[in-house]
Design a protein around this ligand. Structure first.
Ligand code: PAF
Length: 286
C-alpha cells in the first residue's frame, strides 16, 4: 500500500478531456469556480492570488503553461524557470483544487492558425518593446478561459498593462468572467516578486529594489506638485547611477485606459528597465 502522506492531494490534468471531466466534477452542486492562470515558477505573489481566489469561489483551478506565443525568438522562453513538481507542492499548500498542466500541443494543436490582436490598453509601453506580447497573452488567456470556463479569474497588478488588456478582452468578447486584480506582492525591501527575479545575481538583487524606490520618489514629487517629466527624468538619472542599464520606459498614464493622463482621473506610473540581462517591470498608483 502506498503511504497516503505521499499521495498527491490535488488533481492535476494535462489534456482538455481530463480538464473538462475534472471541472465538471468540481462544479457539481453549482460550485463557483475561480481560475488563476500562471506560467509556473510560482512565488508568494502567485500563492497570494490563489489564496484570494479561494475566498471568492468554492473551487480554484490554477494553470501552469509557459506560453511560447508571448515570447519573441530573442527572449527567454528556453531559460524561463520551470519547476513543475515544486509548483504543484506549493499549490497543494494553499488549497488549490485542480492544476492544469497543458502541453503546447493541447493549446496549439497542429493546424492552429488564430491569433487575437489587441489595441486600446495594449498600445504603447510594453508593446513598444515586445510587439508580439499582448497578442500572445490575449490568445492564450482566451483559450484558457474557454477551456476552464471559470466564473472569476484572478491576476496580479504587477503586470498592470496585461491586466488592463485582459479586462478589455473579456469585455469585448462578452466573456462572463469577473476579472479581479490584486496588489503586487513585494519583498521587504520593496522589490516586486517576479519569477524572473531568479535571474538576478546577488549584486543585481541588491540594486533591484531601487526601482520601487525611484517610482515612489516620482509619486512624492508629483504629489508635491512637481512636473511629471522632470520627476521622471530625475528617477531615470537615479536608476542609471545605481547601475541599471537601458530604461525602456517610465511613464505616467491614465490608470484605466493607459492612454495619456487626463485631469481628475486616477493615474498609474509604470516602468520597464534592464538590470544586467534581466528586464524588470513595476508600477504604482499615483
Ligand atoms: O502573467 C502571466 O503569467 C502570463 O502572461 C499569463 C497571464 C499566464 C498568460 O500566459
Amino acid at each position: 500500500m502506498p503511504d497516503s502522506a505521499h499521495l498527491p492531494r490535488i488533481a492535476s490534468v494535462r489534456t482538455l478531456i481530463e480538464l473538462r471531466r475534472q471541472v465538471a466534477h468540481l462544479r457539481k452542486d453549482g460550485a463557483r469556480l475561480a481560475f488563476v492562470p500562471t506560467m509556473g515558477a510560482l512565488h508568494e505573489g502567485h500563492l497570494d492570488l490563489v489564496r484570494h481566489a479561494k475566498t471568492l469561489a468554492d473551487k480554484v483551478v490554477v494553470s501552469i503553461f509557459v506560453n511560447p506565443l508571448q515570447f519573441a525568438p530573442t527572449e527567454d522562453l528556453d531559460r524561463y524557470p520551470r519547476n513543475e513538481a515544486g509548483d504543484v507542492a506549493l499549490l497543494e499548500g494553499v488549497g488549490c483544487d485542480l492544476v492544469y498542466l497543458p502541453t503546447p500541443d493541447v493549446l496549439y494543436p497542429e493546424g492552429f492558425v488564430s491569433r487575437i490582436e489587441m489595441n486600446g490598453p495594449a498600445l504603447g509601453l510594453e508593446s513598444d518593446f515586445r510587439p508580439h506580447f499582448f497578442s500572445g497573452v490575449a490568445t492564450v488567456v482566451a483559450k484558457l478561459f474557454n477551456q476552464v470556463r471559470p466564473d472569476i479569474a484572478v491576476f496580479g497588478e504587477k503586470d498592470y498593462q496585461q491586466l488592463a488588456v485582459i479586462r478589455a478582452l473579456v469585455r469585448d468578447f462578452d466573456m462572463a468572467i469577473d476579472i479581479i486584480g490584486l496588489a503586487t506582492v513585494r519583498e521587504a525591501d520593496g522589490l516586486a516578486l517576479s519569477s524572473r527575479n531568479a535571474y538576478l545575481s546577488p549584486q543585481e538583487r541588491a540594486i533591484a529594489p531601487k526601482l520601487h524606490q525611484a517610482l515612489q520618489g516620482v509619486r512624492s514629487a508629483l504629489l508635491a506638485g512637481e512636473d511629471a517629466d522632470a520627476a521622471i527624468a530625475n528617477a531615470s538619472a537615479f536608476l542609471q547611477g545605481a547601475g541599471f542599464g537601458q530604461i525602456d520606459y517610465i511613464a505616467l498614464r491614465d490608470a484605466e485606459t493607459l492612454s495619456d493622463v487626463r485631469p481628475n482621473r486616477p493615474r498609474r506610473l509604470l516602468a520597464a528597465l534592464w538590470l544586467g540581462k534581466t528586464r524588470l517591470i513595476d508600477n504604482i498608483a499615483v
